[in-house]
Ligand binder design. Structure first.
Ligand SMILES: Nc1ncnc2c1ncn2[C@@H]1O[C@H](COP(=O)(O)OP(=O)(O)OP(=O)(O)O)[C@@H](O)[C@H]1O
Ligand SMILES: [Mg+2]
Length: 300
């Protein structure tokens, strides 16, 4: 359904944009209907940049992103609007999506204005109430409130409800769990599981490995903008091949470990730019030969 083919993004940074920063390098993966794909990587590894390119909030420097066969990077006007009917995002900081001076449900009115101008008032109210109920909120308690009167989790769920009013097929969820308290987390996780049941594809961006493992069918491990390993979650978590993935997984049981505290994986010195190759059905590893060779020589 959604396919990234060798997508790269270079940002121009610094004074007079003289320096370039390769935020995303040669990234390829695919999302199928009803599938949750976790995009996992440390801070700055390019996760949000990938999400933003998929949502057409920024353009790739190179490569192709196709949705149901159409290259979305060239979409404009009507074509782009149609794409947004099917693809929506929810971000880490839900407050940024809402204008604090308007009631939170204005986000629904905006959808109506652009996509459903001919739906009558009563019918629209029913649809909104349905969407809000399906994200486990009580419409009577949330409608009419201002953003600051709602919790982060409620605002995020309202954004999912907004997406549900459209004919949504793909949801990009960027770190939507991180600012929530434990009980709300479970709620949002259950909601994502529901969406998956409805046949939606979800790109779940996180730096929390255990959440990724719990929720996803496929896992993509990013490091410095490049995919080091990807495949079915079962294989990536059950049979990690890249030393970086192994180091990450080894640190999971230690709760509260920050990425900066992790030991530097033994991939240093084995850097290579080659994209991941298939080492097993649905299991891709970058620089497998070198990594493998590195391990062999180590055991001698
Ligand atoms: N608009 C921009 N202009 C210049 N550099 C940017 C821009 N957006 C992101 N970057 C840089 O690109 C790299 C990847 O950023 P990105 O936000 O995609 O990382 P991330 O994996 O989402 O990190 P986090 O876990 O902290 O959210 C970082 O080095 C970041 O500083
Ligand atoms: Mg991010």
């Amino acid at each position: 359904m959604l396919r990234l083919e060798r997508v790269s993004k270079t940002y121009r940074v610094g004074a007079f944009a003289r320096t370039s920063l390769k935020a995303v390098r040669d990234v390829s993966f695919e999302l199928r209907p009803g599938e949750v794909v976790s995009l996992i990587g440390e801070s700055g590894s390019g996760k949000s940049t990938i999400g933003r390119m998929i949502l057409r909030l920024t353009q790739p420097t190179d490569g192709r992103i196709t949705f149901e066969g159409t290259d979305i990077t060239g979409l404009r006007g009507r074509g782009l609007k149609e794409y947004y009917r099917h693809a929506q995002g929810v971000f880490q900081d839900p407050f940024s999506t809402y204008n604090p001076i308007f009631r939170a449900d204005r986000v629904f009115a905006m959808i109506r204005q652009s996509y459903f101008p001919n739906v009558r008032d009563a019918e629209w109210r029913d649809r909104v109430a349905d969407a809000i109920s399906s994200v486990n909120l009580n419409p009577d308690l949330v409608l009419g409130k201002y953003p600051h009167q709602l919790s982060g989790g409620q605002l995020q769920r309202l954004l999912v409800a907004r997406a549900l009013l459209l004919d949504i097929k793909l949801l990009v969820a960027d770190e939507i769990i991180s600012m929530l308290d434990a009980s709300t987390r479970i709620d949002v996780l259950n909601l994502l599981a529901d969406l998956k049941e409805r046949g939606l594809a979800v790109l779940f961006i996180t730096h929390d490995l255990s959440l990724g493992n719990y929720l996803s069918d496929q896992t993509v491990i990013l490091r410095k903008g490049a995919v080091v390993e990807r495949g079915t979650t079962e294989k990536v978590f059950g049979d990690p091949r890249h030393p970086y993935t192994r180091t990450l997984l080894a640190s999971v049981p230690r709760l509260g470990t920050r990425w900066e505290d992790l030991p530097v994986p033994e991939t240093e010195g084995h850097e290579c730019d080659a994209p991941p190759e298939e080492v097993d059905d649905d299991h891709f590893v970058a620089c497998f030969d070198r990594v493998h060779h590195g391990r062999k020589s180590e055991s001698v």
